[in-house]
Design a protein around this ligand. Sequence first.
Ligand code: ATP
Length: 465
Amino acid sequence: MSDAASAELSTAETTPSGGGAAEPDPSLFDKVVNLCRRRGFVFPSAEIYGGFRSTYDYGPVGVLLLRNVKDAWWRSMVQLRHDIVGLDAAILTPPAVWEASGHLQNFTDPLVDCRNCRERFREDKLDDPRVCPNCGARDSFTEARQFNLMFKTYAGPVEGAGHEVYLRPETAQGMFVNFRNVLETARKRPPFGIAQVGKSFRNEITTGNFVFRTREFEQMELEYFVPPEEADTWFEHWCAERLNWYRELGIPAEKLRLRAHTPEELSHYSSATSDVEFLFPWGWDELEGIANRGDYDLRRHQEFSGEKLEYFDQATGRRYVPHVIEPAAGATRAAMAFLMAAYDEEEVAREGQGQGEMRTVLRFHPRIAPYKVAVLPLSKKPELQEPAREVLSLLQPHFMCDYDETQAIGRRYRRQDELGTPFCVTVDFDTLEDRAVTVRDRDSMAQDRVPIAELVDHLHDRLGF
Ligand code: ATP
């Protein structure tokens, strides 16, 4: 942890990570949602059948964005560390796991109905628990009922008691139930972690804000097992690490903050929880929760399964149930934050003319950008197509590339700006003579002439990987 980060944390109740007081921009929401539809990031699911409420499909560019977010997380959590290993556990889970974890009993939200307009709400998310946000009626809500968020289904052809299984509402339990398997096979000792990325499902009462809250979503979770006396230190460590991860991938510091949960908000087993929050168009909201979960999870599974889930330290002869620090992030929610943070509009001069024009540009960090490079022959003429395809084949083993040969070059640049592609490589008639191409920078729009023979190294250098 850097000194600056730890100083920030030690005083953190609600700590903006940057200096300035940023304001939310409500107009950003529609702009980003429209761009996502128009450019193939995100489509409403089953759209030709009228869509399926709050369910989304990631299109050709969105799937790259989402994959890059997950890869960046995996890289920082697993690849660059010696103390964390990965796991990919099953989504279908037997009831015993959820009984032990407490989800069957406690994974509920309080649901209220408005008697006036019949809309349904999560009571704990209402601005004013006495006023319906839909119709404005006062004191029109029914008594709150606890609604379990887990999706239940049946394994095998027989429906009914004894055949129930649940779609996991979090990836975390897969890591707790595999604690011993990993400990025995991975040659790790506390402090060590298990990381997992995958789909989770919650039958949310109120979905919304685009992909912010959906019933099917992806999570990126780490369970970090530590000796009990080290838990507080590791909690601070992970709060700082996780805040930094978003910053290093290009989210401006003033749009990120760490917010410590109040005692009333804390789960009964958690001694401390902090959320990494992002300034969404509707205000500050959660990107990720980092919790000090004590030994609750391993103890519960030990109790319910009858299996020992301890660590035995041979050097000291000490036997203990490790404590757990859990940074739990949403991949789909993070992808949305990266999109919102990258969105920019600016007036640029139109070449050869006095007046300017507006361009929209997604200023993604290169690791997050769906395509790293777009190869664009200046025109569709066959004599340019051939060298352009050659350049494409040269780059494809190294970078995710787009290729586009239709429309005027200026419009193709604008399209790549809207996809957030850091570099466009243009093949023109001079290329046939000088075996060089033009490399255009997304942010500055500056153009450099680069020999094809040096292109791969040039792009590696400028992308930074
Ligand atoms: P909330 O209070 O907003 O319902 P939570 O605190 O229950 O969320 P966690 O259980 O801590 O959320 O889940 C960890 C992360 O998983 C969240 O920070 C979020 O990024 C993501 N996540 C949780 N629920 C959803 C959802 N319905 N849609 C998209 N992402 C979600």
